[in-house]
Design a protein around this ligand. Sequence first.
Ligand SMILES: Nc1ncnc2c1ncn2[C@@H]1O[C@H](COP(=O)(O)OP(=O)(O)OP(=O)(O)O)[C@@H](O)[C@H]1O
Ligand SMILES: [Mg+2]
Length: 507
Amino acid sequence: MNNLEKKDIILEARGVTKKFPGVIALNNVSFKVHRAKVNALIGENGAGKSTLMKIFSGVYQDYEGQILLDGGEVKFTNTRDAQSSSIGIIYQELNLIHNLSIAENIFLGREPLTPFKFIDYNKMYRKTSVLLKELNLDLDPRAPISGLRVGQQQIVEIAKALSLKPKILIMDEPTSAISDEEIATLFKLIKLLTDQGVTIVYISHKMDELFQISDRITVLRDGRVVDSFKTGEVTEDLIIQKMVGRPLKELFPRTHTVSGDEMFKIENCTLVHPTIDGKYTVDHVNFTVNKGEVLGIFGLMGAGRTEMLETIFGLHPNMSSVDVYIDGQKTNITNPSGAIKAGIGFVPEDRKLRGLIMMMNVRDNINLASLKRSEKMGLISEKLEEEYAGQYVEKLKIKTPSLHQKVANLSGGNQQKVILAKWLATNPRILLLDEPTRGIDINAKREIYALIDELVKADMSIVVVSSELPEILGISDRIVVFAEGKKKAEFGREEATEEKIMKAAIP
Ligand SMILES: Nc1ncnc2c1ncn2[C@@H]1O[C@H](COP(=O)(O)OP(=O)(O)OP(=O)(O)O)[C@@H](O)[C@H]1O
Ligand SMILES: [Mg+2]
């Protein structure tokens, strides 16, 4: 390495190999991080991106190879070590403590103190306010995390990382749950930071983001670096080809036609606002879904889409009311198990909180909502459980060394596939999907779109909430647009355009 390059490279992995039982997560990886640039990393789910970042940030200490910081080898023994070397990280999985406030989470373990060594709450709240303002987040620093939506929590994680004033900031899918507006704010901030000399390592599955924000793109596949480019010198197609190993097939395969019979009807879906009297989070919403139809639901963050799905699924029994008809019959759903019995499945947005039991293995998570199926004379048959789970692992191409792997050890995108498998296993007639491809790589997305097409072809009715316009337009037969808890517009597949949808979605 000549001197000029030495100055240019702030952080480097040299020949790094990391093994987990049954998995080689990183295989002789060399990766140079350029100073004061946005260094992007892309690759399929399970390619090894997060693992490499966790080595950079001191989470994993047992690996082969070297990590160099400013040209000298470092061996971090824990995350604090990396922090004192000014390496900050925003983890892919949110790590906030739910019953603490925003400010307490941001300053956890390093709270500002008064001269008498008490926690200086005023100072803590003030500092938090400043951070939240920078990120355009209009929230009270005293508010508990438990009341925040996933996207807001993600921004608090960003604020927390920024509060440490790192020289190198690793962002592992920071935008998977935030709105376009919030993404724009974050990108402005990234620009500001790199102008000030901060180095960014940026991971995302969203190709347009990488092209917008990064200076360099490195592609990982199966634990190896496949190639590395200056962003200006490469095309999206080439990146995808490098990621997947071949050109991608049609992203939105579509073979189904809608039968026309009404299968699912929602009338007067209403959820009262948790704190403001007389206000509704979901405001008297009606819609129908036909047999074999995909109904897309679009809305900006906070439009009430997730809450509506939750209400239908019986998750807010005391604060909501809704009439749910299936095949013209009125149902009486008061809780999730009632909804499952009625034939409804719900894949939630937040995989950690509602979707999965992290310490349980892949097999048991997949079978969790459909145990009855594996019963033989009143006993759960492990053999049947293995069989069922195995089918889904194959069908969804879940990357795991075995069915006995703990879900916590899967990569983020593969965890998402396990949730999907769990709900498909209940054999629902109606499937509610909330951001089903969040954190999923482009190739796996295509598999999920193909699966949706296959399921509706077999007469399932599917409701998909998504913040990604191309996704909504690509898979839906009909699109309902939400704003401020209300249904604002409805479009047929043929008439829907990005402009029309956005126009209806802005309150
Ligand atoms: N703690 C762990 N124990 C066992 N295996 C692990 C652990 N962490 C990751 N793995 C495995 O290592 C491989 C790489 O995972 P990693 O999380 O780095 O992928 P990723 O590229 O970040 O994927 P994604 O896009 O889905 O987040 C995967 O096969 C994963 O299952
Ligand atoms: Mg990851």
